[in-house]
Design a protein around this ligand. Structure first.
Ligand SMILES: NC(=O)c1ccc[n+]([C@@H]2O[C@H](COP(=O)([O-])OP(=O)(O)OC[C@H]3O[C@@H](n4cnc5c(N)ncnc54)[C@H](O)[C@@H]3O)[C@@H](O)[C@H]2O)c1
Length: 201
């Protein structure tokens, strides 16, 4: 059994210690410094009521490689603006929709360099396409699009604009999936898993 009192005391002690690494040098938790300046980052979707927005922010911001400077966070403009402000984004840079976000930010010398698309599935293709056309790097939630033709279009656009499109398949890195995939690889010939994938012991 845990001694709650002792744990609470240790936690308070931990909080009172000075941080080992401070934000000002943009040093990652592993001690490396891959970027001189954090990437100026924005989000489409991922608003206050969304499920996945928090995961993107906690992953992107913890290592100081990204700084959240703008967004079209929500279908509801006012809710998106209030939420953006709570996240420390200038309310003037909380836009009502993704087209305004890309257009207005392109006019700024300190405009966004990358965007995360965390909206419902049916919107991903159009938003990613518009982002690439605006010269942005993209991290898109799965699925990227619905057809192979759309995927080829985005691939060609990204190559042409020399931009990166990253896709968030969060569970692809889950230990159980990795173990199953290494033991029972998917076969492109059949397109199915050769046998049921039991929980590894
Ligand atoms: N990788 C994973 O493990 C994982 C897990 C959950 C969800 N997802 C994916 O993430 C995406 C979002 O899922 P969710 O559950 O967070 O959705 P959600 O419906 O909970 O939230 C969507 C958010 O996007 C906003 N939004 C919707 N349309 C918009 C638009 N056109 N412009 C700006 N904002 C808009 C909404 O206001 C809301 O804040 C989906 O594509 C889903 O498949 C992935």
């Amino acid at each position: 059994m845990y001694d709650r009192g002792t744990l609470g005391h240790r936690f308070k002690l931990l909080l009172s210690l000075p941080p080992l690494i401070t934000n000002k040098d943009n040093i990652m938790i592993n001690g490396s410094k891959p970027l001189a300046h954090p990437i100026r980052w924005s989000m489409v979707g991922g608003g206050s009521l969304s499920q996945i927005g928090y995961s993107h922010r906690s992953a992107a911001l913890r290592d100081h490689c990204f700084t959240l400077v703008a967004g079209a966070f929500d279908l509801d403009t006012q809710r998106g603006r209030t939420f953006g402000a709570q996240l420390g984004v200038n309310p003037d840079r909380c836009y009502p929709d993704y087209l305004s976000l890309f257009e207005e930010e392109a006019r700024r010398a300190d405009g966004i360099q990358a965007v995360t698309v965390a909206t419902p599935n049916g919107t991903h293709f159009a938003i990613t396409k518009a982002a690439l056309e605006a010269g942005l790097h993209v991290v898109c939630e799965k699925p990227l699009c619905f057809t192979v033709q759309q995927a080829h279009h985005l691939r060609d656009l990204a190559r042409e604009r020399r931009r990166v499109v990253g896709l968030a398949y969060g569970y692809a890195g889950h230990q159980m999936i990795c173990i199953c995939a290494s033991r029972w690889p998917w076969t492109p010939q059949t397109g199915v898993w050769p046998r049921p994938c039991p929980i590894p012991t």
